[in-house]
Design a binder for this molecule. Structure first.
Ligand code: ADP
Ligand code: MG
Length: 368
């Protein structure tokens, strides 16, 4: 249903925000290190029309239920998708920004819950629409923080700031180089010499929560024994010392230290348009996550090995927290679609899993 069919009048405001995928810099965020996400072509669109009074009505084309109503300033957590919307008006109200009633329609081409950050895309698209409709004096970094606060404190998901920062600050075909400790950032254009590919493994993140907690605790323990506040504070010269820690603390630290260096090297390679070097860094990052950090699984390793055997792929690695999920690859421009589908078909035949090519976006069936 269109906005007009739902609410009887056209929207006043239309805003959007993209999903994102992390290129490199995995499990570095909670160690105070670097990350390098890039936006993806799929976006979430929010249409909005202010109403008198505080009543808000929200429809999502991706959920397919009648509009849900609530009162701005009197948000209640339900444990459902509407929490992401109520969380935003809740966070704005808490910070003293006056948000009134509105009719809202959401439609997203970012797949929900696939690790491409449909949640941040929704938060930022909605914040952009509200900012315009109610003339709110908020800047892009404030929007990222409001989105994170909505997700942390209202929805109840303990996420970092990377997703929202990538969605607000990086434009089409741009990556965001972010220092998660200082929050210093810069935007780096994706070079024309690579095409982005993302293929899911079809394996859900089993036990990911417990293992994630274990990795965080191991990093804290390694940092404590090495006498630093966070593993971010170590460099290549500290690795000998780190490797003398009891197993597996040394390897955990080695992943974080070398991954931070790989992010810096990847930023330089992006700026130089050096596809071969980016690819080498992707494979090295994957091996480090597989062997030192132990967050990969055999299916993901297979996807990476299949990618390695394709000449038009420069590099591939597990993206996201691990224990399932997706692989991000860099392909020769114009070859992404073909190699992605070939790798997915080969993988499906060998494993019986059902992979999905998320990027490049399917020409048929995908929403605009
Ligand atoms: P990801 O951000 O990786 O897609 P999350 O679990 O963080 O996964 O966020 C997905 C959730 O965000 C969905 O289950 C839903 O509750 C909410 N959401 C995201 N996009 C939309 C949308 N277009 N319409 C309604 N809810 C959405
Ligand atoms: Mg999310």
């Amino acid at each position: 249903m269109t906005f007009e069919q739902l609410y009887g009048a056209p929207p006043d405001v239309r805003a959007s925000a993209p999903g994102r995928v992390n290129l490199i810099g995995e499990h570095t965020d909670y160690n105070g290190g670097y990350v390098l996400p890039t936006t993806i072509p799929q976006r979430t669109v929010v249409e909005l029309r202010p109403r008198h009074g505080g009543a808000v009505r929200v429809f999502s084309a991706d959920i397919g239920q009648p509009p849900i109503g609530y009162i701005a300033g009197a948000e209640v957590r339900h444990g459902r998708w509407i929490d992401y919307v109520e969380g935003i008006t809740w966070a704005l109200t808490r910070d003293g920004f006056a948000v009134g009633g509105a009719d809202i329609r959401i439609e997203s081409a970012v797949p929900l819950g696939s690790g491409l950050s449909s949640s941040a895309a929704l938060e930022i698209a909605l914040l952009r629409a509200l900012r315009e409709a109610f003339a709110l004096p908020i800047d892009d970094v404030q929007m990222a923080r409001l989105g994170q606060r909505a997700e942390n404190e209202f929805v109840g998901a303990p996420v970092g700031l990377m997703d929202q920062m990538a969605c607000t600050l990086a434009g089409d075909g741009e990556a965001l180089f972010l220092d998660t400790r200082s929050l210093e950032w810069s935007v780096v254009p994706m070079p024309a010499s690579v095409e982005l590919v993302v293929v899911t493994s079809g394996v859900a993140h089993h036990h990911a929560k417990g293992d994630y907690r274990t990795r965080r605790a191991e990093c804290e323990e390694a940092a404590r024994r090495l006498g630093v506040a966070q593993l971010r504070d170590l460099g290549a010269g500290d690795l000998d010392r780190a490797m003398r820690l009891p197993e597996p603390l040394g390897r955990r630290a080695r992943h974080v230290v070398t991954e931070d260096d790989r992010v810096l090297a990847a930023v330089a390679a992006l700026r130089a348009g050096d596809a071969a070097e980016l690819g080498r860094l992707f494979y090295a990052s994957h091996e480090s996550m597989r062997d030192d950090y132990e967050v990969s699984i055999p299916e993901i390793d297979l996807l990476v090995e299949l990618a390695r055997s394709v000449p038009d792929v420069y590099g591939a690695r597990l993206t996201g927290g691990g224990f399932g999920g997706a692989v991000v690859m860099l392909a020769r421009p114009g070859r992404g679609r073909e190699v992605a589908h070939a790798i997915a078909a080969d993988y499906a035949a060998r494993t019986g899993q059902r992979p999905t090519v998320l990027i490049p976006q399917s020409a048929v069936g995908g929403r605009p």
